[in-house]
Design a protein around this ligand. Structure first.
Ligand code: GLV
Ligand code: MN
Ligand code: MN
Length: 444
């Protein structure tokens, strides 16, 4: 990639006003450079948070659920209202562009910015929506001001980042591709078959299997996201410049024993799959520190079958998620987990099967994109610090194709993947302004 310019657009019209609900001043030029319309971004985030909201205030918006489909429709209409053009690829990734800004740039690889709008079960309002709607807001501002750029800027919303069907599903399709056979075999963490859900939402497996981006197709990518941890808030720093993203592995471990009567079968000699699974789970936390200080392992889904209170469970399935900043450590952790599963199963007279997904490798983020983020924050007068990501992001897939960077903003109390997820509006707008400055630098 050619060197990225260090300076953003300066000068031009200078309109400014005190922020409304966002609490941050909006400027259209001058020393701070072009900035977003914070009130409009806040309104968009509040509107998107209505799709799939539950009684606890959490968001239930798994990919291709009714809430996700309705949210997509709203988002597409919102882009079209702004005069932007929307394309949806075969797996549902949404790519938004400004035909006016792209005139004469057909030969230039674009800059992509975006995130996701699907949510974990009972998730929060910011994980994904922030980076998606901020990307659209950035493009809208560039389009409104007809900012002359050297290459196209596109806003992207990736499908199923939370990985109901596969880790970072939409961006994995773009970077590794899925065959029709692989897609046909995918079963969601919520138990439904991808092929059924996808067909019901109008998708076509052949088209999904064709989704793939060629190396060189993108000039650079950048994603804005909430930190999802406590570090920025604790340090009182406004912008995180992400240095790298962890490797993520995961899959299902299934213990099969023997179903029997809960009242008549003596305790000695039972082949209770739930007891085997429970013992397995309690052994996992001690495995993580054996591969590295930042390694983590989680079992967020446990299922017993057939699931009767008076039936000794024949099978128990545990879905495991493990991560480490080093891909090799993540592989080592997977091997340790598999060995413990075997050992526990043999002690309980159970059979064990493991189905691991491909590990999504750790991704160091690109120094020139990080420089552009830092310069953008500096121009806006925001404090910034380097920070590593323990959460997975589509950017780790995109980083295999193009120089990629990520911007973090603080998460109140470090809370995330919960209805408690919160980022104050001024931080939201600071992140979006930093994104806009970065995108301009990358596309200049
Ligand atoms: C996504 O949020 C992940 O880290 O799994
Ligand atoms: Mn996310
Ligand atoms: Mn998430």
């Amino acid at each position: 990639m050619a060197a990225l310019p260090r300076l953003g657009r300066r000068g031009g019209l200078h309109r400014s006003r005190e922020g409304g609900s966002s609490g941050v001043e909006v400027t259209d030029g001058g020393e701070r450079g072009l900035t977003v319309d914070g009130d409009r971004l806040v309104a968009d985030l509040e509107r998107l948070a209505e799709f799939g909201v539950n009684e606890a205030g959490g968001i239930d918006r798994t990919s291709f659920s009714a809430a996700d489909l309705a949210a997509r429709q709203w988002l597409i209409a919102r882009c079209e209202e702004a005069g932007l053009e929307v394309a949806v690829d075969g797996i549902g990734n949404i790519v938004v562009s400004s035909p006016d800004l792209e005139a004469g740039l057909a030969d230039q690889a674009p800059v992509w910015t975006g995130s996701h709008i699907d949510a974990v079960p009972n998730g929060g309002r910011f994980d994904g929506p922030l980076g998606s709607l901020a990307a659209i807001e950035c493009l809208r501002r560039l389009h409104e001001e007809r900012v002359p750029l050297a290459r196209p800027v596109r806003a992207v919303v990736y499908t199923d980042e939370e990985g109901n069907y596969a880790h970072l599903f939409g961006s994995s399709a773009l970077t590794r591709g899925f065959s029709v056979a692989e897609l046909s075999n995918l079963v969601g963490r919520d138990g439904d078959r991808f092929a059924d859900t996808f067909a019901a939402s109008g998708g076509d497996l052949d088209a999904a299997a064709e989704v793939r981006l060629a190396p060189g197709a993108l000039h650079a990518t950048v994603e804005l996201h909430i930190e999802q941890g406590p570090l920025l808030e604790r340090q009182g720093i406004q912008i995180g410049v992400v240095t790298g993203i962890v490797a993520i592995g995961g899959g299902a471990v299934r213990f099969t024993g023997q179903a029997d009567h809960a009242g008549t079968t003596p305790m000695i000699g039972r082949r209770d799959s739930v007891v085997a699974a429970a013992e397995f789970i309690t052994l996992l936390p001690a495995l993580a520190p054996r591969v590295g200080p930042a390694a983590v392992v989680t079992t967020g889904i446990v299922r017993a079958e057939p699931g009767g209170s008076n039936v000794i469970a024949e099978a128990a399935e545990v879905v495991v998620d493990y991560r480490d900043p080093s891909t090799d450590n993540a592989r080592e952790l997977e091997a340790l987990i598999a060995a413990v599963a075997d050992e526990v199963a043999s002690r309980h007279g159970s059979r064990v099967e493991t189905h691991w997904e491909d590990i999504v490798p750790a991704a160091p983020l690109h120094s020139e994109v990080r420089d552009a983020i830092r310069a953008s924050a500096e121009q806006l007068g925001y404090s910034s610090v380097d920070i590593a990501s323990g959460a997975g992001h589509d950017s780790q897939n995109l980083a295999t194709l193009a120089p990629t960077g990520m911007i973090f903003v603080p998460s109140t109390g470090g809370r995330s993947h919960s209805p408690a997820e919160h980022t104050p509006w001024p931080d939201v707008v600071r992140g979006a302004d930093t994104l806009l400055g970065t995108v301009i630098r990358l596309a200049s």
